[in-house]
Write a protein that binds this ligand. Structure first.
Ligand SMILES: C[S@@+](CC[C@H](N)C(=O)[O-])C[C@H]1O[C@@H](n2cnc3c(N)ncnc32)[C@H](O)[C@@H]1O
Length: 274
């Protein structure tokens, strides 16, 4: 089971929806009564949803520690077995949950069961992430790490748009119709003046700690053990260059992560008696 730290989620989601609330328009947030944000983690999306609705947002996650960081009411539960009665919410949504599930269709079936109106998934396509950096090696090393990680991880982290999953949810009494997908690029920029999190992230690169945590996955993704050692040394060297350049105020980095907002409408179907 992949674990996420509160620091990681806060760092990677910071400002994500600050200038792009329009991408959430298909969720029709102003009309909602009860929203479930499943796999909410530290509740970065839940907080945005709460700002946009007069209804109630409930965060759901299986990780107790992450739930402690949220600002909304929460329920600890597994996304594939939600402890709610059918039709309890009028929107069930997730962000970057399905890419972490071995069988995302099981979670979608629960979303469809629990919603009376909309289901939505906001998922990235990690194969299309781009990095631009003033440190020449960073772009190449980030691409290599990502390529091996995607090949080695046991879930589909390139999922992105999910209309098929919504369509084939497996609930005989419901249909998901009017499925729409909208792409939203989450652009993360590091530039002077650097904040505490950016400085800490650079120092972490110089230690190679995150790359070390991913060792087994990178090896499973085709990186040889010797290649891994050389790769980690280069990564740490790159981290040291970033730290130096930050001290001179010359470091700049832009990462673009494509997210897809896929939304569908629940329609109840008549059960035919034979
Ligand atoms: C990448 S994080 C995304 C968190 C949050 N949605 C966000 O975008 O900031 C994935 C989250 O899904 C949760 N998660 C993974 N598998 C789960 C499952 N089977 N049931 C419930 N939560 C799960 C993890 O604990 C983690 O909080």
């Amino acid at each position: 089971m992949r674990r996420f730290s509160a620091d990681y989620l806060e760092e990677t989601r910071r400002g994500m929806w600050d200038h792009s609330r329009a991408a959430l328009a298909p969720l029709e947030l102003e009309d909602r009564e009860l929203i479930l944000d499943v796999g909410c983690g530290t509740g970065e999306l839940s907080a945005v949803l709460s700002e946009e609705t007069d209804g109630t947002v409930v965060g759901v996650d299986r990780d107790r520690q992450l739930l402690e960081e949220t600002t909304v009411p929460t329920v600890r539960a597994d996304a594939t077995d939600l402890p709610f009665e059918s039709g309890i919410a009028d929107l069930v949504v997730c962000q970057a949950l399905l890419i972490n599930l071995p069988d995302p269709s099981r979670a979608i079936a629960e979303f469809v069961r629990c919603s009376t109106d909309l289901v939505a998934a906001i998922e990235p396509d990690n194969s299309a992430v781009t990095v631009e950096s003033t440190v020449p090696l960073e772009r190449e090393l980030a691409t290599r790490a990502r390529t091996h990680y995607i090949q080695g991880v046991n879930t589909d982290v390139t999922l992105g748009t999910v209309p098929e999953l919504l369509r084939s949810h497996g609930r005989p009494d419901r249909e998901v119709t009017d499925i729409h997908t909208r792409r939203y690029d989450h652009v993360r920029t590091i530039e002077p003046p650097y904040d505490r999190r950016a400085v800490e992230a650079a120092k972490r690169k110089a230690t190679g700690s995150r790359i070390a945590q991913q060792r087994e996955t990178l090896l499973a993704g085709g990186m040889g053990p010797d290649e891994y050692d050389t790769f980690r040394s280069s990564w740490r060297e790159m981290g040291r260059s970033i730290v130096d350049d930050m001290q001179n105020g010359t470091y700049r980095r832009t990462e673009t992560i494509p997210f897809y907002v896929t939304v569908g409408k629940i329609k109840r179907t008549e059960r035919r008696s034979s």
